[in-house]
Design a protein around this ligand. Structure first.
Ligand code: IPD
Length: 268
């Protein structure tokens, strides 16, 4: 387990070097995905290629699921889940909140059933590096981290994010408008992996988002859980694309109940 955590960190740092040192003054969009604003840069592609090359050398039997190149099955029962740049829009604009997210999971590469084993989220611009191993706790730059203690929703700082399609955003705007008067404040950092790790280290009380893909939350959710967070979906379901909610037990339940009332796991 400790070796897997160390390898996740080594991979994330190597991709971080590539992404930081290779960032031109003006970053161009290389391609778009779900909508014209869902962008891929040349560095997303280069970062994932580097991560895959390193894994082919170091863990040739493991599967790989990456944001840009999809899934390649392995033979060991372990799969590496890679977000080569989480926060690509921030990277595009030079906003220093983007990260490399590397996790390794056991079982099918499906967040509904997998067991996350180890993970690392490396915040490229400031070098802050979050790591976790299942049962080993969570660390920021090697020091143990804990979520904030429970507090009422009205005194909680909430992080969230938005999808890239018009329909999804209309529904997310309705939910965020209902939540804003009921919380301390809301932050939209632009990287779900960093949001989850920021909950882990106490910089946010809560995070919720509809639409997260496996690579957005695989490592960050493990870091948050190992720091004491409850990470869940709505209506007793596991965290996943329909909804991911994270925060300290005693706080997160209030948010989950409100999101359920608001039917925040639908696009209507
Ligand atoms: C995005 C970020 C963002 C979240 C989006 C994700 P990407 O990931 O995590 O914070 O709101 O839902 O797609 O596209 O930058 O890897």
């Amino acid at each position: 387990m400790r070796e897997l955590v160390a390898l996740a960190e080594e991979l994330a740092r190597a991709a971080g070097h590539l992404v930081r040192d290779g960032r031109p003054d003006r970053v161009d969009v290389a391609a778009t995905k779900s909508s014209p604003i869902d962008v891929v840069t040349a560095m997303d592609l280069a970062s994932e290629a580097l991560l895959r090359r390193m894994l082919a050398e170091r863990r040739p039997g493991d599967g790989v699921l990456g944001e840009e190149e999809g899934h390649v099955a392995g033979t060991t029962g372990l799969t590496w889940v890679l977000d080569p740049i989480d926060g690509t829009v921030n990277y595009l604009y030079g906003i220093p909140a983007y990260a490399i997210s590397v996790a390794v999971v056991a079982g099918e590469p499906d967040p509904a059933t997998w067991t996350a084993v180890a993970g690392c989220v490396h915040s490229v611009a400031d070098g802050r590096t979050y790591t976790a191993g299942r049962g080993l706790g969570a660390q920021l730059d090697g020091r143990a981290i804990r979520v904030n203690s429970a507090r009422p929703l009205a005194e909680s700082l909430l992080g969230t994010g938005f999808g890239y399609t018009v329909e999804r955003r209309r529904a997310q705007a309705r939910v965020v408008a209902a939540l804003l008067p009921q919380v301390r404040d809301i932050r939209r950092i632009g990287s779900a992996a960093l949001d989850l790790c920021t909950v882990a280290s106490g910089g946010l009380d809560l995070h919720y988002e509809r639409g997260l893909r496996p690579w957005d939350h695989a490592a960050g959710a493990l870091v948050a859980q190992e720091a004491g967070a409850l990470v869940s979906g709505l209506r007793g379901r596991p965290a996943g694309e329909a909804m991911t909610v994270a925060g300290a037990p005693g706080t997160v339940e209030e948010l989950i109940a409100l999101l359920e009332d608001l039917e925040a796991d639908t696009d209507s």
